[in-house]
Design a protein around this ligand. Structure first.
Ligand code: UD1
Length: 321
């Protein structure tokens, strides 16, 4: 399959590109390198320096392609509440540009990076795809809005879409081929790794008075290599059945901030100083996925998402620096 990966130089995108190439896809990466890294581009991968806001560049890159995978979005939930216009333009308008370019170029399969942020504060656990969608931050709203627009393009333009609702993406390529580190990360595991590597003084733990076993926030961490595998399966499925789908991608296991911290201390052998600070607004106590639908529809199950592999593969990437 000839596949265009938009955002393919980014953290998750580069892992998806690796999986696609392993499955003999002919891959073109389109990225504006605003957070993506040239070093994430594997030798032999065709690269287009383009942008979602330049529809012409999208249409040119789409010519002759069989499918598009779209991972080019801003993802900092906190920032999205301060500068919603940035998220509205890039995440929502940018995806509309992609859908219109697909329609104009006759490309009819799209795999889209959605998020567990579409659900908002969980009303029950584990969260399945029928859970109400009431995003608590503007970032989550952009993802939900795009899902709804894709639904209309499915009906009106026969563009088949897979919406993959990621829980907390973490870890690095276990084979060590993808080493690009995210700049100014806000997510827990890269922050912990930066402290371990001496790049920041300490970890701030956002609250230890949640209704969880150790008082810190519990999340469902899913390894990027498992996420990448799900993209391949989702693309195969929408192509084979000419149908759209929406699935959660999570490990179905909850890990607390303290569990991640303790494991990181033990695996890295570093002290990793940490302090308890106030809760971060909008953070739920606990978020864990039901991934039953992904298992049923895609035959997918995580293979790298245990605590040791999540932390160990991350440390391999950071240790080398
Ligand atoms: C959020 C989004 C998720 C999105 C992800 C991408 C929600 C509910 N979730 O995940 O959909 O894909 O961002 O960025 O909007 N923590 C600390 N100290 C830190 C960083 C994090 O204690 O320095 C804690 C948080 O309070 C939380 C856990 O670690 O309990 C995970 O936080 P984070 O990695 O930021 O991800 P989410 O907020 O869960």
């Amino acid at each position: 399959m000839k596949t265009l990966v938009i955002g393919g130089a980014g953290y998750i995108g580069s892992h998806v590109v690796k999986a696609l190439r392993g499955a003999q896809h002919q891959v073109t990466v389109l990225d504006n390198l605003s957070s993506g890294l040239r070093e994430n581009l594997q030798p032999g991968t065709e690269f287009v320096h383009g942008d979602l806001m330049l529809p012409g560049s999208l249409e040119t890159a789409m010519r002759g392609k069989d499918a598009v995978i779209h991972l080019a979005a801003f993802k900092a939930a906190g920032e999205s509440m301060l500068v919603p216009e940035k998220y509205a333009l890039n995440n929502i308008s940018g995806t509309i540009n992609i859908l219109n370019a697909m329609s104009a170029s006759g490309v009819s399969r799209l795999v889209f990076s959605s998020s567990a942020a579409v659900y908002g504060e969980p009303e029950y656990l584990p969260v399945d795809e029928n859970h109400p969608t009431r995003p608590e931050n503007f970032y989550g709203f952009t993802k939900l809005e795009i899902e709804r627009i894709m639904d209309w393009y499915d009906r009106l333009k026969q563009i088949r879409c897979a919406s993959l609702r990621y829980f907390n993406a973490a870890g690095y390529d276990p084979e060590g081929e993808i080493r690009g580190l995210e700049q100014n990360p806000a997510n827990l595991l890269p922050v912990v790794m930066e402290v371990a590597a001496g790049l920041r003084p300490s970890l701030r733990i956002f609250g230890n008075d949640y209704d969880t076993p150790d008082g810190t926030g519990v999340r469902d961490y899913i390894h990027v290599t498992d996420l990448a595998d799900a993209h391949l399966r989702a693309l195969d499925r929408i192509a084979r059945d000419d149908t759209s789908l929406t699935v959660n991608l999570g490990s179905e296991t909850g890990l607390s901030v303290l569990e991640i911290l303790e494991s990181s201390r033990s695996i890295t052998g570093r002290e990793i100083p940490a302090e308890i600070v106030a809760r971060r607004p909008g953070d739920p106590a606990k978020l864990v996925a039901s991934a039953a639908r992904a298992r049923d529809l895609l035959g997918w199950s995580p293979r790298h998402s245990d605590l040791e592999t999540l932390v160990g593969t991350s440390w391999e990437a950071y240790r080398r620096r």
